[in-house]
Design a protein around this ligand. Structure first.
Ligand code: ADP
Length: 534
């Protein structure tokens, strides 16, 4: 037992600590799981196991964290979540590792520093004969919920303040029934040293509630997909073409919609995962060490009509409010799965304090407690994981090398089955899509392929039916907890490159190899399909 662990930890109920900013759904899920809420008056200041709040923690709070305690934020992560800082970091990565690799974010100018560059770019485009005139979006660097946003095409309409960014406006979004949407992808980083990234296989699709119209840039309900805006729109409650009521779908419904139009949803999902990894790599080396903490990010991704995913921003403390039944469906399970992820699997921490945290008996207590005294729901993600049949691409050398012991992550197509029937009752009629996404070419029929995350080898040879084993800095992290699927490290080489520091160059090389492989697969599949069509 760790020296500073309270004696009799096993007999103590697990305690969570909140403040006035802690989302209600977090509190209710934790209570449901049999946890007790920390009471400052009654309990000792160290008598809690999980502290979840919306704002960040002070460094002193991080350094005084005990082995049996977890914090839901990590120092240094706001570098990703401030729009100006994100732009700077991604630009730097582009310069270091190739701009083409980092072209998943629209060209961005940080004001006022980049004002002259922006003006030069704007007027150069205007003077180039035949060039299409871009649309631009101006956003406060540190705001949220669509506040203070301006979309313009003409320079005379451009107004900005300090701490704004100007970004190329994606003017060809993929429309469903004429409505714009973007994806909220949940990403949990359980460790930066070594880097360990899980992407949630379910999520939200947030719709604008008026039809997309470039002729009216002032209409926030047509151009901004924030639900905080759209839930107060006049069309929110109406049945909208292709979309239905409200302004949200589950991610699985969206992928199912794409599949019905012959889109290779798995390829799109892999591209999204690559965006996530490349983005987190931009800050990972500079994030200070901190033990016993994790970070849940909300990635906002817009898909254009060519099915290219664009990163719009990364959210710190993504909204966990329950505005509609789609929110309830996605966010409650999300919290359950986070708890499973951090308690059943342990955090993968490097270094002295980290080892203490992950090897300390306190986590084992947490695990026993979580598995023992809880309702059936708690056991589900762990005990009843379905082991799907594996379908490899023949030329996947990583797979060839892999010991086939880790369960395959469910692709969106399987997930859909898991949630169907529980979906938002407003949206439950799966009407045949009325409007087809504007696709340039026919995509390959959907096939079950190895999702990105499950390329990880199972080093310890354990499967999900074995009892939970706490990860340490030397072993591969678990590949799945509920709907969380490990996307980094994704093979032997990246596992190595994530130990003892982070070898970003090596990781990027592995990502590129994977991308090239995927690209040749897609080309081959297309050739095969067009031969069949012929
Ligand atoms: P906020 O933090 O205020 O929500 P976002 O960057 O997420 O700011 O932008 C709000 C909304 O504006 C997005 O959800 C999206 O609908 C739209 N948007 C933002 N940037 C772009 C862009 N570059 N192109 C197209 N739409 C955008």
């Amino acid at each position: 037992m760790a020296e500073d662990e309270p004696s009799g930890a096993l007999s103590k109920p697990l305690v969570f600590r909140v403040d006035e900013t802690t989302p209600g759904v977090v509190q209710s899920v934790l209570l449901e799981r049999g946890r007790n809420q920390f009471d400052e008056q009654e309990q000792n200041v160290e008598d809690w196991n999980l502290y979840w709040r919306t704002s960040s923690f002070r460094m002193s709070e991080h350094s005084s964290v005990k082995p049996w305690q977890q914090l839901n934020h990590r120092p240094g992560t706001t570098k990703l979540t401030r729009k100006d800082s994100l732009a700077k970091h991604l630009k730097h990565m582009g310069r270091m590792y190739g701009t083409s690799l980092y072209q998943f974010t629209p060209p961005t100018f940080v004001m006022p520093a980049d004002y002259t560059r922006f003006v030069a770019e704007y007027f150069q485009e205007r003077q180039t004969a035949g060039a299409k005139h871009s649309y631009w979006i101006c956003k406060p660097a540190e705001s949220s919920r669509g506040r203070g946003i301006l979309i313009f095409r003409d320079f005379k309409d451009f107004i900005f303040d300090d701490a704004y960014i100007v970004q190329k406006y994606i003017s060809n979004p993929l429309l469903i029934g004429g409505y714009k949407s973007d994806l909220r992808i949940y990403v949990c980083v359980t460790g930066f040293k070594p880097l360990t990234i899980y992407v949630y296989q379910e999520g939200l699709v947030r719709f604008a509630t008026e039809k997309f119209d470039l002729g009216n840039l002032q209409d926030d309900y047509a151009h901004l997909t924030n639900s905080s805006i759209n839930k107060s729109g006049v069309s929110y409650g109406k049945i909208k073409e292709g979309v239905g009521h409200g302004c949200k779908w589950t991610l699985s419904r969206f992928f199912s919609y794409l599949r019905s139009w012959d889109v290779d949803d798995l390829l799109l999902w892999q591209k999204i995962q690559r965006v996530v990894i490349l983005t987190i790599l931009a800050i990972a080396p500079s994030v200070p060490f901190a033990a016993n903490c994790f970070e849940l990010f909300g990635f906002d991704i817009l898909i254009d009509e060519n099915l290219k995913p664009w990163l719009l921003e990364v959210n710190y403390s993504p909204a966990l409010t329950l505005d509609c039944s789609t929110d309830v469906l996605v966010k409650r399970k999300l919290i359950h799965d986070i708890i499973d992820l951090i308690y059943l699997h342990g955090l993968r921490n490097e270094g002295r304090e980290g080892s203490k945290a992950t090897h300390g008996n306190s986590n084992i207590h947490a695990t026993k407690r979580d598995r023992g005294g809880l309702d059936a729901h708690d056991c589900l993600p762990y005990e009843s994981l379905s082991f799907t049949g594996r379908t490899y691409n023949e030329d996947d050398s990583v797979v060839e090398a892999a010991v086939s012991l880790c369960p395959e992550a469910a692709p969106a197509s399987q997930l859909e089955g898991e949630v169907s029937g529980q979906e938002d009752f407003h949206l439950s009629t799966r009407e045949t899509p009325q409007s087809k996404p504007k696709l340039r070419r026919r995509h390959t029929p959907h096939k079950t392929r190895m999702p990105y995350g499950s390329l990880v080898q199972s080093h310890s040879g354990k499967t999900k039916t074995s009892p939970p084993v706490l990860s340490d800095h030397g072993s591969a992290p678990d590949t799945r907890a509920g709907n969380f699927v490990l996307v980094f490290p994704f093979n032997e080489a990246t596992l190595g490159a994530s130990r003892n520091g982070l070898n970003v160059k090596r990781i990027i090389r592995e990502l590129q190899k994977l991308m090239n492989k995927r690209h040749s697969q897609v080309v081959r599949n297309k050739t095969r399909t067009s031969n069949m069509d012929f």
